[in-house]
Design a protein around this ligand. Sequence first.
Ligand SMILES: NC(=O)c1ccc[n+]([C@@H]2O[C@H](COP(=O)([O-])OP(=O)(O)OC[C@H]3O[C@@H](n4cnc5c(N)ncnc54)[C@H](OP(=O)(O)O)[C@@H]3O)[C@@H](O)[C@H]2O)c1
Length: 310
Amino acid sequence: MTIRFLYHSKDDPGPWAQAFRDADPELEMMVYPEMGDPAEIVAAFVWRAPHGLLASLPNLKLIHSKGAGVDHIFDDPKVPAGVPIARLVDPMAVAMMGHYAIYHALGYHRRMDVYRAQQAESVWRGLPPPDHERTTVAVLGLGAIGREVAGQFQRLGFRTLGWSRSAKTIDGVDCRHGADALFATLAESKIVVNVLALTRETENILNAQAFAHMPRGGFLINIARGPHIVEADLIQALDSGQLGGATLDVFRAEPLAKGHPFWTHPKVTVTPHMSGDPLPRTAALQVARNIRAALAGQPLLNEVDRRRGY
Ligand SMILES: NC(=O)c1ccc[n+]([C@@H]2O[C@H](COP(=O)([O-])OP(=O)(O)OC[C@H]3O[C@@H](n4cnc5c(N)ncnc54)[C@H](OP(=O)(O)O)[C@@H]3O)[C@@H](O)[C@H]2O)c1
């Protein structure tokens, strides 16, 4: 039996086609815009598909995001009602998001910006040793990724806080929840890592008021979504010295426009949305299993709650 599904992404389909063949030889991956008969497509594995594409597939049994975020699916006003949506939580990508946050946080913590500037002037001068046990990192969002990121910081010995919508318990992590707890959490945190879902409630959550609550000279690492940040407020906070640096992997408009002030800002590090790209080898196993589950009417891994929006 052949099970046909649609692949839509700007990434090279070659490694994905191979990984799906290895995961389940009965799956046939159609690479958009080659679809054959749309009625034969039973699942769609998509990243930022053109609006209306999903609605044009009459026998769709599963919409599967090619990433952990599903905001790009809900952006489509014609996303068919009644078709379950699953997101990809690739264990390798989740671990990599932690590595990315740790790499940049350690750079801030060890003041590599200062040492790089000193090197440019041939200056040999050590700073006092930083105390990681007395440095607080806050991880905003304690879902599939945030929980792992917080755990990685905790295991390195940083004082680690977590913040989410509902209450959580994570070993060694001081977890807070609810809107009322946000500013107090930020106020304690020298380094803030954003891993929130993007919803109407969390859009623009990292704004002037939030930055003002952070300790002066604090650092922000955003690996979630660009619209969490009010860009003008971030630039203002960096320019005034309220924030000491920002590492940004995601942006309101991607790719980041040439000429955008983030590219050249001395306190901003820009990366091209690469902190947690799924690995075809591990991710295809999960998607293949979900396609089978959807066809059999069984529960899905990482099904999205449409009402909640994530
Ligand atoms: N840069 C990249 O390459 C990359 C890769 C993958 C994912 N991402 C992004 O990373 C983010 C996290 O992904 P995930 O898989 O960990 O998502 P997830 O499992 O859905 O977790 C989302 C977290 O956000 C919290 N949250 C949602 N609304 C909130 C609110 N109003 N107040 C406080 N907390 C709220 C949730 O709280 P509850 O736990 O209480 O529900 C949850 O802890 C997403 O934005 C995703 O798009 C980026």
